[in-house]
Design a binder for this molecule. Structure first.
Ligand SMILES: [Zn+2]
Ligand SMILES: [Zn+2]
Length: 274
């Protein structure tokens, strides 16, 4: 095969990814831009500081994890294949789809919760995760701002237990819909919880994450408010592990982190390694 044909072969999937991400971006803007104008937590410009950087992160996080996660997840699958309890995989495969999906969501959420909590506790992981917390204005697009190491680590913490327990499993040549749906739902919810939208969900806020729940995770109001609300979608997981903070009707006064993080994307990507 000559070089041109090889290039074309690789460009095809990359172009499909790019078109897919552009289409999603239009859909997300159509949903969140009006919501943030009608019900804003605080008035801020659409093209706020760092909007361009976060847009670049949007494309990076849309493409990179898929490519990087293949390696560690294949490793997990290979290890699981050797050590898995006899008969666990077939038993899990027999579960009704809805049960397997719900169980995978809870297991994935718990894995992600701990990955996220360790990212705050372990200094070496925090260097990468601080990039996400450097946002001083929150809106839906901030959900994209994450260092690739941070993104891959927390996703792996969420995905690996699903594979270990057989809740997500490779099924011949077909794609297992469970991890696909869990990831898709988590991604969409990630945009919602970062959005600058005033909605409070009453009692439901302790069941499913709202913007207020995750905004409190981003607060920089003082040390007593830090390290709360680590779960991506299910606040009761925080309740179980003692880190829930969700005062009625109150919002953080300011966001961000005291950790020094570079302003530009290049510095943010290289900085944590130095
Ligand atoms: Zn965090
Ligand atoms: Zn966040």
């Amino acid at each position: 095969m000559d070089i041109q044909a090889r290039l074309l072969q690789h460009m095809g999937p990359a172009m499909v990814d790019l078109v897919r991400l552009c289409a999603w971006l239009v859909v997300l803007m159509l949903i969140f831009v009006p919501l943030e104008r009608i019900w804003p937590v605080r008035r801020q410009k659409l093209l706020r500081k760092s909007f361009g950087t976060d847009l670049a992160y949007y494309f990076l996080s849309g493409i990179l994890p898929k490519l990087i996660l293949v390696v560690p997840l294949s490793f997990v699958a290979a290890v699981v294949h050797r050590v898995s309890v006899d008969g666990l995989y077939p038993v899990m495969a027999e579960l009704p789809f809805g049960v397997r999906l719900a169980a995978a969501m809870i297991v994935g959420e718990t894995g992600f919760y701990w990955g996220h909590r360790w990212s705050h506790r372990i200094p070496w992981l925090w260097r990468f995760h601080a990039v996400h917390h450097s946002a001083e204005e929150l809106d839906w697009l901030v959900g994209s701002r994450a260092h690739p190491v941070d993104m891959v680590f927390t996703r792996l913490c969420g995905m690996a237990p699903m594979y270990v327990l057989g809740l997500a499993q490779p099924m011949g040549n077909s794609v297992d819909l469970v991890p696909v749906l869990v990831t898709l739902l988590g991604t969409i919810w990630g945009f919602f919880v970062h959005s600058n939208v005033l909605w409070r969900l009453g009692w439901l806020e302790r069941v499913i994450a709202s913007p207020a729940f995750h905004h409190w995770h981003h607060t920089n109001d003082g040390p007593e408010y830090l390290d709360k609300n680590f779960a991506p979608m299910l606040p009761w997981v925080d309740q179980v592990f003692g880190t829930l903070y969700l005062p009625k009707g109150k919002w953080p006064a300011k966001y961000g982190t005291d950790t020094v993080v570079a302003k530009g994307m290049g510095g943010q990507l290289i900085g944590p390694f130095s």
